[in-house]
Design a protein around this ligand. Sequence first.
Ligand code: SER
Length: 319
Amino acid sequence: MKKVLVTGALGQIGSELTLKMREIYGTDNVVATDIRKTESAVVQSGPFELLDVTDEKEMFNIAKKHEVDTIIHLAALLSATAEKKPLLAWNLNMGGLVNALETARELNCRLFTPSSIGAFGPTTPKDCTPQDTIQRPNTMYGVNKVSGELLCDYYYHKFGVDTRGLRFPGLISYVTPPGGGTTDYAVEIYYEAIKNKKYTSYIDKGTYMDMMYMPDALAAIMGLMEADAAKLKHRNSFNVSAMSFDPEQIAAEIKKHIPDFVMNYEVDPVRQSIADSWPNRIDSTSAKEEWGFKAEYDLEKMTKDMLVKLGFKSLLITA
Ligand code: SER
């Protein structure tokens, strides 16, 4: 990766990945794009272009102008929003991806795009979900993710485009909040714990989902993109996970630092049924074997870091 174009650069992953990659690859070598422009560090600290990813010509022109060799295509709607607006999700998630793939094909770029635990469905084995298994999701987001995985593999086999992807679990960070995802509760809970010492979870107790702290997700993207192509047996996409927990377990971890923290439940049927259709715990063995995936943060370490970064001062954390 010498010169990178990022779509959706102001989103949850993009806002941190862009800055991290600018540190590593050089400020001018990471071109951020998004459909909106803000006063954020991503816009201020390096090249930025407005881009609607459904506009193929514009995407191609920006990539050509900056002579990029890598496209990190992040612009997409998350699961709960996609379920509310399925046609918009199809048009944006699939339209954006096919434009990114076409641009990569025409300009000979490497391409990364995230898949998700949402690419699995109710008939997928729930525990230790294998890399290669049944993928019959029943959400629009899942349909987009499976179609995206297949399309990326197609571009690799048919046109030789170097496509790579990760099936991300819920991503937790203290920088940019996610929006419209099913796993967002595991981010909101930290903000509410510090602000109000209580949180009302829309996901029920006993619902296990895979999660990962953002620093591990950023390292995984760069690790996969730098990996030796000859070692990759899989491409689109690799299972990666750092931890699996249910709402009770994250609440218990927060209580270690904020003993009077209170957890309540008001289950949202839409997001609960999405969560119920996803695995409890996926198996990341292929990612470990093929390109050395490793996660540094478990629930305990992540909770400490989240609370500190969000400004909470705890005796336990400073001890
Ligand atoms: N975090 C995503 C979501 O909940 C899963 O990929 O939609």
